[in-house]
Structure formats: C-alpha cells, structure tokens
Design a protein around this ligand. Sequence first.
Ligand SMILES: Cc1ncc(COP(=O)(O)O)c(C=O)c1O
Length: 376
Amino acid sequence: MRYRRMPIEIESPEQLGYSSIRNNLSESSYTDALFQDIEIPASLLKGLVLCYGSHMGHEGLRDLIVKGSPVLDRHDVLLTIGAAAALFIIATSLLEPGDELVVVHPNYATNLETPRAIGAAIRHIDLHFEKGFALDLQAVKEAVTVRTKYISVTYPHNPTGVCLRPEDMQQLAAIAQEHHIPLLVDETYRDMTFGPLPPVAPEYGDHVISVSSLSKTYGLPGLRMGWIICRDRRWMETFLAAKEQIHICGSPLDEEVAYHYMLQKEKHYQGIVRAIRGKFDVVKAWMQQQDDLEWVEPDGGCVCFPRIKEPEAVDVDAFYKLLLEKYGTYVGPGHWFDMPKHYMRIGFGWPAVESLREGLEGITASLRGSRRPERG
Ligand SMILES: Cc1ncc(COP(=O)(O)O)c(C=O)c1O
C-alpha cells in the first residue's frame, strides 16, 4: 500500500480547528448530534460489559439497518468503523496491484485514493458540469474490461448531490452482472434523497454491495458507525476476514449507542429531512441571485458543487483566503475532489440557518473582493 494523506483530510475543518471557522460550509453531514439527544437509560450503559463484541457487529443494530427490506436480513450486514472503513475493507479485499477498477469521478476522496494506494489501474467515468453531472452508462459499459474487478459509484453523489434514477441503477447492476463483477454503491447519503427513497442497493442483485453509515443524515460522524451490506456469502466472508485483521470487532459502547439511536430513528428523521429542505431552499434562493456562480441543482444529500463562471476573472486562491480570513467562512475547494479549484463544495446541512446565510453572503462578497482588475 502506498499511503498518502488526502487534501480533504489535511485541510478538514477539524484539522484546521473548528474554532477558527465561524461559518462552516465545508461539512457534508447534517448538524452534529449531542449525546444527550439519544435516550439511553444510564443503567444500561453502566452495566455494559466491555468485552470483544460480535465480529459481524451488534445483532439488533444489524436488524434495524435492514428493517423493512423485502430481501435483506442481518446476515447481509457487517458493521464497520464508519463508511470510510467499509470502503477500505472492500477495496483491499477485491483489488490487487495492476487490477482495474471503474470509478465515478469526481468522488469522495477515499473511493479514488484507496484503489490508487493499492496500485490499481483506475478507469475514471467523468461527470461533466455541462451534462448536469449525469452518469454516462455507455461510458461505463465501454470502460469495463476482463481485468475490471468492480464498478464503483456514489449516489446521492458527493460532491455534486446528483442522484441516479432507479432504472439507471438497474442498468448499472446489469452491466456488472454481465461481467460477473460486483457493483459497489456508496450510498452514504441515501436517506437524504429529496424524492422517494430508492431501494437499498443490494436489492438490485446479489452482486451489488452497499456502503453507508450514521454519519451524514443523522449527524453522528463521531460515533464512527458504518456498514457493508452484501448478499454474496463468499465476499462477505472476505470482508469479515479483513475487518478481523484490522480491528477484530467494533466497540460495544459505540454499537450500543448506535442501536439506541436506530430504535429512535423515526423520531429524529422527519425533522432532519425538513431542516435540510429548509436550508436547501436558502441556498437555492441565494444561487438565483449569483451572477458569478453557476451550478447543477442537487437532488439529494446536503452538498452542492457550484463553480465560478469566469475563473480567469477571479484570483481563486485569494477568494478562498478572503472567505476564511475576512468572512470566517469555510467551503470545500475543488481540489479536495480532484477537480479545479474554481469548483467549490458548499455543505448546507451542517450550519445553523443564520450561519449558512452569513456564509453564503461571505462567498458573494469574497468573489467580488477577489476579482482581477479589468484589462484595457
Ligand atoms: C460518499 C462518502 N462515503 C463515505 C464517507 C465516509 O463517512 P464515514 O466514515 O463518516 O461514515 C464520506 C464522508 O464524507 C462520504 O462522503
């Protein structure tokens, strides 16, 4: 493995120091929850035995993760340390140096970086702004070769927030099936889809593997609770072997807290969805007033990925500097996603509405303040 730190982690708000940012528009999750928001009888935690837990993970929690699915059960669920560890386990289980992988680009950095660190040959499927960041299924078909080990997509997409229609996901699953390879769907943002929730990805077939977590929709990234859902027993056995070699099992304390959250999930969920939609409306109204920015409107998640219309007219580095230093506002610059810096990811789910408004106004002012002088 050739490990290299990723810009999205080096420059993350927690590394910069939360206290140095007034308006944090760089997060891709809903507002962080407080421990006190999760009702757990104190006696239950006090009596918790801090033993090694089940290697697959807390059974009740795994039941709740697939509750309501017509085909999935707890045996299809492996708990991991966040979706990040799930992606690492899958990549290191399925890829050897020199293997090929078809992966959507741009993407959440780990989906690209772990295959790169393994030494896999990556075939990018580029999403283009001009095409509404739509997935070109024909391009996916043409990218798959006999050396392709899996196809990797992220929907709702990070950083753009675009979604894939169920019929397109079906077609993607069919392409993977034709080649007898897995389709990995990172659906960490699924519960924030604006329209009706799509099926959980493995419902499209036994070869479809899903990754998700409690981090994003539920504002619980500090719990580090993620999972893999996979109906293929052989792959699952390999994923379990990888997990056991990395950390044996999860923390019984984290799993118990996550279990109780999931028992009460419905109590939180509708409020979260309403709050995200309200914040999205703020961003949409603001975007309509922006002459210097253009975007593809997201249809899920809590991030969007606008770009500066005329990047040559703006000193882009000065823009980010001004935005943070004068307006206390932090966004995710394009290079976090292997994209040019005049793209920026704006996370609207995390900040309080007033802070979101102030941050957006800061972006407008910083764009104005970093324009290059007109020539001539
Ligand atoms: C698409 C996607 N997958 C996975 C992760 C990792 O999330 P976590 O490990 O907190 O569950 C992220 C975090 O930003 C993400 O955006």
